[in-house]
Design a protein around this ligand. Sequence first.
Ligand code: PMP
Length: 428
Amino acid sequence: MLGGNLTGGTTVSASQSPAQTGTQQSIRLDPWLDRYADRTAGLSASEVRALFAVASRPEVVSLAGGMPFVSALPQEMLQDAARIATTTRRGEALQYGSGQGIPYFREQICEIMSLEGIHAHPDDVVVTTGSQQAVDLVSQIFLNPGDVVLAEGPSYVGSLGIFRSYQAETVHVPMDDDGLIPQALRETIARLEAAGRPIKFLYTIPDFHNPAGVTMTMERRREVLDICHRHHILVLEDNPYGLLWFDRVPPEAIRSLDSEGVIYLGSFSKIFAPGFRIGYVLAPHAIREKIVLANESAVLSPTTFGQIMISEYLDHNDWRGQIDTFRGLYRDRRDAMINALDEQLPTLPKTHPNGGFYVWLGLPEGFDSKEMLPLAVHELVAYTPGTAFYADGTGQDHIRLSFCYPTPEEIGVGIQRLAKVIHREQDL
Ligand code: PMP
């Protein structure tokens, strides 16, 4: 801490010495402090982000981030797609494009969504800069300060940050191994309605939830949709992991049950590579119009280069086979993590993901996931504290473990180190 009252525009000495500058120079820490918009109060570095610096040290086994294992993509295939984008389709790939995305690419996206039971028209699809931007655009067009967003508790840290940046309040709805609990949703809505709070949408990750790793049953999908219909609440279905199932196909998307009350988000980050930053939104017609306008105003057009590369990749390669390869790879890593946890920490409650990237682990009574992190990093293992995934400061009693990036052997070592920390603290 540099000291002083930050809101008052503290002054500190510049780092250069008087000998260097010839004079003791004083600068204000942030002279624009009183000029920021109120909404910036909600901008804070996520706990996941703060962890990246530590966890990326090579000696640390990181079970923290959600980085897909992109090295599994064959290099020649990427080179072929890049060659086309820089030669025959270069005029298009290097130029501005449509704010909605390339029409043929949107047709290909519809084919991918059909694997999740969704029958969509390419006109209703908007290409975005990752599904992260899609959450932002939907928030931008729906959220006023003070509005309520309902979300599973826990929920994806990146979306919680977006809702906060629009000065909305996220109210969590409890979940269990079968996903969001409909009765808890009813009760939460009743309580908020009685208090006169405007609920704009339910944000849900029904498949292989981040961070909980669980999947909502079909019965619950129907029930949740029915409850939202009754209360005129939109459903924002975020499904970046749906195709990465391991043992059995998950139920069809909530969007497959209803085209009017659901906005569906998908992404190429997990089935291809996040570096392209390409995701997509499928929305009811009127909402889609607003999303296109908001997208144009934010980025003019989503990356044409990236769209063409992925489009070429989809046209000339066995992308379904590649998804199978990813499934096998992540399944092995999931098995390694579950087996190591069964062996090393058998009494702790955990989820058994049938896909995706994450296991949600309960800590022994009295443990604090945030306080334990420096101890874990000292033992050269990193995880994400459960507190990152709640907007209301809870989550101390859980941690998220990612199995997507480390090898099965590294996962084994990481869990062994984690167990050492937990056992040592238990013995104190
Ligand atoms: N939603 C969820 C649930 C996620 O886990 C992520 C990435 N970790 C995203 C959205 C954002 O993904 P992207 O912007 O890379 O498509």
